[in-house]
Design a protein around this ligand. Structure first.
Ligand code: YYY
Ligand code: MG
Length: 143
């Protein structure tokens, strides 16, 4: 297993419920290092760009409305096997189907408002971290 990075968004529903700190603490307990975190209010253009892969899906409009509703935290994470491990601790897309003690089971409300985003591959993690942390905000991977 290699030291990897992955990307998290603490979504508007969780920030509105003041669970951002609890989610960051959960991630640290799960062995992730928080490389960078910032609060931002996504514009429609930024949300549409981030979720461009879903633009043809029937839920796209609602997804963009939700993600732009109020501020989020964008977070770069590092851990051994980070992408797969974060998908595991994040839980299933639908919080009702997520395993116990996953972030979405603990903090998600519905399939649309499910507390957090997580990258689905190492390639997408790199793209997503660069989308929100351009320049040298997150130090390049050594070596
Ligand atoms: O990666 P993950 O977030 O678990 O699910 P995706 O299939 O990539 O969908 C992205 C995002 O879209 C999901 O977190 C909520 C929303 N969504 C939805 O509102 N309704 C669906 N049926 C599927 C996804
Ligand atoms: Mg996804």
């Amino acid at each position: 297993m290699a030291l990897e990075r992955t990307f998290c968004i603490i979504k508007p529903d969780a920030v509105e419920k003041k669970k951002a700190g609890a989610i960051l603490a959960f991630l640290e307990e799960a062995g992730f290092s928080i490389l960078a975190a910032k609060r931002t209010h996504l514009t429609r253009a930024v949300a549409e760009g981030f979720y461009a892969v879903h633009s043809a899906r029937p839920f796209f409009g609602e997804l963009v409305e939700f993600m732009t509703r109020s501020p989020v935290f964008v977070v770069a994470l590092e851990r051994e096997d980070a992408v797969a491990h974060y998908r595991k601790v994040m839980g299933a897309t639908d919080p009702a189907k997520a395993e116990a003690n996953t972030i979405r089971k603990l903090y998600g409300g519905s399939v649309g408002e499910n507390a957090v985003h997580g990258s689905d591959s190492l390639d997408n993690a790199k793209i997503e971290i660069a989308y929100f942390f351009p320049g040298n905000e997150v130090a390049p991977v050594a070596g």
